[in-house]
Design a protein around this ligand. Sequence first.
Ligand code: ADP
Ligand code: MG
Length: 367
Amino acid sequence: MTTDSGSWVAPGRVNLIGEHTDYNDGFVLPLAIPLQATARVSRRDDRTVRARSRQRRAERREFTVDTEPGDVTGWASYVAGVFWAFRQAGHQVPGADIAVNSTVPGGAGLSSSAALECVVALALSDLAGLDLAPDELARLAQRAENDYVGMPCGVMDQMASMRGAEGQLVFLDTRSGHTEHVPFDLAAAGLALLVVDTRAPHRLVKGEYAERRADCEQAAKLLGVPALRDAELGDLTPDRLPDRLLRRARHVVTENARVLRVVEQLRAGTDPRAIGPELNASHDSLREDFEVTVPELDVAVATAVDAGAHGARMTGGGFGGSIIALVDDHAVEAVAAAVAAEFDRRGFTAPRHFTATAARGAHRLAT
Ligand code: ADP
Ligand code: MG
């Protein structure tokens, strides 16, 4: 079905567990959150795309549907990248006027970028009458970010944004591309997922991310496996891997195992408090072995746990961004206040917090 205009939304995400596994053919377990990007889009009769954003008022952009990487930089590269990815995949796409407004804070580790790409991808699919499946749209959005924007991210964020569902986690096997929903009803267990945006400035993210990716590829090569997904803990010995690569690989291998255990526990209907230690172990591994945390993330996690969280970890790529903490619902404000007080004591920027419930993925709004 083609359409001339409409409004579409796509959410941000937090990752419950499975960090830096998505470019190692591994497992991830994110949820879409109620913060989302909205796009009002109408088809044009020419090949021009005009893009604006409520959050970038001074930076309106114009380009054509035949845009190539490098033409458009800055925020609109995420939009232009989607047009490019569609064209690369052989799809005919019309020009469009696009007005974005997003409640996903940028650079907070909540994937405002995937929300933006996915909302444009879904709108474009509908405008062009392509009816592409959510998984295909997620991959096109990832392609836009990898090869147009130039950020070598895995597919987790886009898949979470496209496939999120109310009360459900998105369990994704990034090798097969298979996703399954896993029930995640914290309220029924008297729990809440506290998200604290540390507001630590993101530094060097792109470069560090690319380095971690390269480390993982190198480790897999030395181990003689297609991807770290295929490595086992017993393979990771100093005679096969230099120290840094051994630690990178150990994070990926143990993190994949943690994801599988969490999925098993949640599916079995175990009290979700039982996954707390897995969250803590994930953070320790990201700090010690993968080295993607910063003091703000470590302090927020340690303080949340001291203040009574059942488990906590950084979420997203790291180097700043947000943490998640599994807390009793009556303790949300106390835990958040403890983190804020500790940040104040240390002279860090004041953090922001909210509680996340698992929300619906990208969709068109009824008009
Ligand atoms: P994250 O995805 O963790 O929020 P990224 O650095 O990957 O952080 O993506 C943030 C970038 O995405 C912003 O710098 C901007 O270019 C773009 N972006 C996200 N949301 C918007 C928006 N509402 N309007 C314009 N650009 C946006
Ligand atoms: Mg991003």
